[in-house]
Ligand binder design. Structure first.
Ligand SMILES: [Zn+2]
Ligand SMILES: [Zn+2]
Length: 429
């Protein structure tokens, strides 16, 4: 088997790994990059024509993958619904089947419906966790893994007597940490290659408390406090939403989510997942003015109407602000201004790297002028070094290739089986 990492040997995000055995070509993830020439990629870049994107390297040069080529890939396997793992799908040839979990497909569809990413058809084939499926001569077994994206997978791929394991993005300190333990226990030992992510190797100062500890911190901070608590977090980070919802229940507060987040929970709930849902006790849905207008004018009225029974109007929000924990983001500032909030707590619960934009800064400045106490409370979606070591020791692969990391060299300290690769250079598995 031959492997080619098109992007990720010295970079976080934009993962693309090809496996081929001469007959079958399989792509693991089709990620849009988070960085361009070492700097966070500008939103405007995505609007450039494909020929420009090829020149810039946003689209790596890969034959038989893109929609303007004749397709020669037999499948693309997507690990999870983060743009740095699926964001190139809109450039992939529509004849190439895309294998993904139900949760991943649903999250991508919600992003498309709300125009967070481009709407494009996905030639999807759904897989079930732990059930191997065939892609021509390859057998792929997905494992549910602990990550900040819901329904994320790691994979074991077998072909021609060789075994490759791809961790995807993972962690061992989230609400699905037992999935990480189970993956180590059940995945094939002594695989020929383990591709493992290493985002945290260069972010060792980042907090890695568990989601339970984070929930306790929220309760601790708000116990006996009387103002509203605003939370800025990703609407698709279900683990985090659960943490704040549970904290709200413990504090006897109502948890208010915006109508977009309500749709994310609604769609995942409809798949049979046991996650908080707007009809649950102490959960209400807020309709930000601009977003609600967009839903009625562009997205589809049903995305708003389905939550009418759970709506909290701004008058009620204002009157009950002392008993509320509420998801908020900069685009909701005007709505919050109309609610006459008299201070409280603001929890920033995302990666600090997203925090520098002028937009974000002006939102936080406004909050501070309103007397809000600003608290950074986050835990990474990625594995701390001790968990990367646990994966390596537990699986004991013949070869370890770091990906999705800024510091592959650091892996040389973790094992003598580490091999560093270069983007775009094929190697024998
Ligand atoms: Zn990633
Ligand atoms: Zn991810």
């Amino acid at each position: 088997m031959i492997a080619t990492i098109y992007r990720g040997t010295r970079e976080i995000g934009g993962t693309l790994i090809e496996l081929s055995d001469g007959n079958t070509r399989l792509m693991l993830d089709a990620g849009y990059p988070l960085f361009l020439n070492g700097n966070p990629i500008d939103d405007r870049v995505a609007k450039l024509p494909p020929e420009e994107l090829l020149k810039l390297g946003v689209l790596p040069s890969i034959d038989g993958l893109y929609l303007w080529d004749s397709p020669s890939f037999d499948g693309i396997v997507i690990s999870h619904a983060h743009i740095d793992h699926y964001g190139l799908l809109n450039y992939a040839h529509p004849d190439i089947p895309v294998y993904l979990s139900r949760g991943t497909k649903t999250l991508i569809e919600v992003s498309q419906a709300f125009k967070i990413c481009e709407p494009y058809a996905i030639n999807s084939r759904l897989f079930n966790m732990y059930e191997p499926f065939a892609v021509e001569g390859f057998t792929v077994k997905p494992y549910l893994i602990d990550h900040s994206a819901f329904d994320a997978a790691a994979f074991e791929i077998n072909a021609g007597g060789k075994t490759v394991i791809y961790s995807g993005d993972f962690r061992g300190h989230g609400r699905k940490s037992t999935c990480f333990d189970s993956f180590i226990k059940h995945a094939t030992k002594q695989a020929d290659v383990l591709f493992t992510e290493g985002s945290m190797v260069s972010r060792s100062d980042e907090q890695t408390v568990t989601e339970d500890e984070l929930e306790n911190r929220v309760v601790h901070e708000l116990n006996g406090q009387t103002g509203i608590a605003l939370v800025q977090s990703s609407s698709q980070n279900i683990d985090r939403i659960v943490s704040f919802y549970r904290a709200a229940l413990r504090l006897g507060r109502t948890f208010v989510i915006d109508v977009y987040t309500a749709n994310v929970l609604h769609e995942l709930h409809a798949l049979g997942n046991k996650i908080p849902y707007p009809s649950y006790d102490k959960m209400k849905v807020f309709f930000p003015h601009r977003l609600t207008q967009r839903i009625f004018n562009e997205i589809g009225a049903e995305y708003a109407k389905r939550f009418s029974p759970y709506r909290i109007p701004k008058e009620q929000l204002e009157a009950q602000q002392r008993e509320i924990i509420m998801l908020a983001r900069p685009s909701m500032q005007k709505d919050l201004e109309r609610c006459n909030l008299s201070g409280g707590h603001f929890f920033y619960s995302m990666w600090q790297g997203y925090r520098d934009s002028v937009y974000q800064q002006s939102f936080e400045k406004w909050l501070s002028e309103k007397g809000f106490r600003n608290i950074f409370l986050h835990t990474s979606g990625h594995a701390k070094v001790s968990d990367i070591r646990r994966l390596i020791d537990g699986l004991n692969p013949k070869k370890i290739v770091p990906i999705h990391t800024l510091q592959p060299d650091a892996f040389l300290n973790y094992s003598d089986k580490v091999e560093l690769k270069k983007d775009g250079i094929a190697f024998e598995v």
